[in-house]
Design a protein. Structure first.
Length: 367
């Protein structure tokens, strides 16, 4: 491990506007004697990364399994793992054909989790998602028939192609992990997350998600078009017989499960966050509320999301504590969907990520 700095570093070499690549996991630490870690934990010089953690290694192996089916989307896979560690939901945005659905299916296979897919269309009804009461002619009574939301990973495909009424049917499930029908609440399986795919809003036939629902997504991950070399690899696999509907033939196998995920969540909860880091998170969030280009800033729920995801990323990186670089790395995917540009800023072509980048560059970093 490289030599320890004497303070929190402001280096952001791995920051690329989204979840960093595995090769870019932050290596910075806090020097011995620096009490910024808060609760008395002071890593010794050259403290090793926790590579012997079985739960962590299992989750890192998931990325290798997903890569057997999906090319060039490692940051998105990492973001999905962070969401699972935090028990949060993910909004995947990208043009059609960038493997959003395939990625979710491969991830659920590698984690031995149940998944169900719902194609959101303009005529989809709330009961088609949550379930509904069905009359049983044999018992002459109504029984509840579970909808596809009763699963571990619900793939809400093209969620912004359905009207707001059906989108809102997911609010209780996402927030309370339950579904209420006819006055009876039914718990959803654990773990449970919604992985919703979304076409860019400028595409025809889409309905913008309401702010209340957007705020319930832990992360918004953008899936770009592949580079030339990656696209060549995609069509090479297809030329060799790759079938995206047959993940077993592609070699994708379970390498982790609910037990490892539960152990990982418990470990993430023990990650130390210094008071200075808490203040840094709040300063970043508060800066979004006074940014001239934003008409809507980030709520306290967004600050909590940034805290939890930073802890998960620190743990995946092999550390017991959060650094400013962890916060920076998760700021865009955590906050980009919780803000709204002013109309005049939109007319000037200003992008949300650009404004957030400016905020990160201007907020003082704890030393």
């Amino acid at each position: 491990m490289s030599s320890q700095p004497n303070s929190y570093t402001d280096s952001n070499s791995h920051y690329t506007g989204g979840i960093p690549q595995d090769q870019g996991v932050p290596q910075q630490s806090v020097a011995p004697g620096n009490d910024a870690l808060g609760n008395g934990h002071r890593p010794a010089a050259g403290e090793p990364r926790r590579t012997d953690d079985p739960a962590r290694q299992s989750l890192l192996n998931v990325r290798a399994e997903v890569a057997k089916a999906v090319v060039g989307q490692d940051p998105t896979v990492t973001g999905m793992l962070i969401a699972l560690l935090c028990g949060g939901h993910v909004l995947l945005e990208g043009v059609p054909g960038v493997a959003k659905t395939l990625l979710v299916r491969a991830l659920s296979t590698a984690l031995s989790l149940d998944t169900k897919r719902v194609q959101f269309t303009p005529d989809l009804m709330p009961g088609d998602v949550t379930g509904s009461l069905v009359y049983d002619s044999h018992s002459s009574d109504f029984t509840f028939r579970e909808g596809p939301v009763f699963t571990n990973i619900m793939l809400a495909d093209e969620i912004n192609r359905t009207p707001p009424k059906t989108q809102a049917s997911l609010l209780e499930a996402m927030e309370e992990r339950q579904v209420s029908v006819d006055g009876v609440s039914r718990r959803l399986p654990s773990p449970f997350i919604v992985a919703a795919t979304q076409n860019p809003v400028e595409y025809e036939g889409t309905y913008p998600l309401p702010e209340a629902q957007l705020d319930r997504f832990l992360l918004k991950l953008t899936m770009p078009l592949p580079g030339r070399a990656e696209e060549i690899e995609v069509i090479r696999r297809h030329a060799a017989g790759f079938d995206p509907r047959n993940l077993a033939a592609a070699g994708v196998r379970p390498v982790a499960g609910a037990v490892e995920l539960s152990a990982a969540q418990a470990a993430v909860a023990q990650v130390v966050v210094a008071p200075e880091i808490l203040g840094y998170i709040v300063d970043v969030v508060r800066a979004t509320r006074s940014a001239p280009s934003f008409q809507l800033g980030v709520s306290p729920r967004g600050a909590t999301a940034l805290l939890n995801t930073s802890k998960a990323w620190a743990w995946l990186s092999g550390r017991f504590f959060v650094t400013p670089d962890d916060v920076k790395a998760l700021s865009l995917p955590c906050l980009r969907h919780r803000v709204a540009l002013r109309p005049e800023a939109q007319m000037d072509g200003i992008q949300v990520d650009d404004v957030l980048g400016s905020i990160l560059a201007s907020v003082p970093v704890p030393r």
